[in-house]
Write a protein that binds this ligand. Sequence first.
Ligand code: FE2
Ligand code: FE2
Length: 159
Amino acid sequence: MGKQARAIVDLSLKELVKDLNKAYADEWLAFYLYWYMAQTVSGKSYEGISEFLMKIAKEELEHAQELSDLIIKLGSLPIANPMELEKNANTPYMMPPKNTSDINRIIRIVMEVEAGAIDIYNKIAKKTLGKDNVTYQLVTHILSEEVDHEEMFENLLER
Ligand SMILES: [Fe+2]
Ligand SMILES: [Fe+2]
């Protein structure tokens, strides 16, 4: 992002980048959790669940990529040290269940992660509405995908 693009951001750039980096950390933790559970899930319907978890893991990684692009455009850099990811995350890492066939527990864990993400992106959207249209557009796009994620798992739980 060039000088003028940064100049039209009517917010503290430092605070904005901090919020985006915190969301970036959340996405990496979410990606890792989904990926890990996709790898380790067991039990009678594990194949379908594993595929489903892996699909969402990829979407969370895509969110991390989109946030990283935006942070760079804003003239900063995403968190470089993986040790800093958990420290900076809005939501602490949720441990996957010890019992890898406990699908209901998996669903409850990811629903908590998704609820946290929805809350954070909604906050950033409210903060950037009319003040930084580029960030607003990205976070509302990610927000709508997090809403879909929550709904998919809610439906699984109801079945
Ligand atoms: Fe995400
Ligand atoms: Fe998600």
